[in-house]
Design a protein around this ligand. Structure first.
Ligand code: DC
Length: 201
């Protein structure tokens, strides 16, 4: 067998798009339907930001944040059919889904050293035994993989409305106009950062 034939080609289907478009919902349904593993790269940025809060690291301390990202102790076990997100053994599934956590994730995601560290983490996941088939939110994979990429988007108004309804359903007080402002600020940061800016093509 030559080197090329020995290379494991992991089939990857990627779903990218701005915050609040429904990437999580859709990728979860697709992964379940296909029986593929799901890797949510946005969750890794959210977890890095959460680790920063936990360890009192400032959101602009690039070197220390990259170190946290490299060593991030995370796991995604499924218990009683429910996916959980553990950071250093603590269930942070809910806390990393808040608007504030999304905002912090967007800030740390703008730092090149953090992106580099998390890209490596994503590659490590895809190389785990059994990760033949993977659905991820999009990152610039620079290694050999079969890839199909989808870009899921909706207007900022629609995403704010969707988020508002989700929060209402969860019994959380929210203001539609502040949600819209937060979404617009996050869009601006994610599309204008210097490294791997969010883009439809
Ligand atoms: O998809 P999400 O809302 O969970 O992502 C949270 C933040 O993480 C988002 O504002 C931008 C960042 N992110 C990124 O920069 N690159 C990715 N591949 C995924 C998320």
């Amino acid at each position: 067998m030559n080197d090329h034939a020995a290379t494991l080609v992991v089939p990857v289907l990627t779903i990218d798009g701005p915050g609040g478009a429904g990437k999580g919902t859709i990728s979860g349904l697709v992964a379940e339907r296909l029986g593929w593993h799901l890797l949510d790269s946005g969750a890794l940025y959210r977890l890095t930001a959460q680790a920063a809060v936990k360890h009192n690291v400032a959101v602009d301390d690039e070197l220390e944040l990259a170190r946290l990202a490299e060593q991030l102790d995370v796991s995604f076990p499924v218990e009683d059919g429910q996916p959980r997100t553990l950071l250093e053994g603590e269930d942070v599934g809910q806390i990393i889904r808040t608007e504030q956590a999304g905002e912090r994730a967007s800030q740390v995601a703008a730092l090149p050293a953090v992106r580099q560290a998390l890209l490596q983490r994503q590659r490590d996941f895809a190389n785990l035994p059994g990760w033949w088939l993977t659905v991820v939110t999009w990152e610039r994979w620079s290694f050999l993989m079969h890839r199909s990429r989808f870009f899921l988007t909706a207007s900022a108004d629609e995403r704010a409305r969707r988020r508002y309804l989700q929060l209402q359903e969860a019994g959380v007080d929210a203001s539609l106009s502040s949600l819209l402002k937060e979404i617009q600020a996050r869009d601006a940061r994610d599309t204008q950062r210097s490294v791997a800016p969010l883009a439809g093509r």
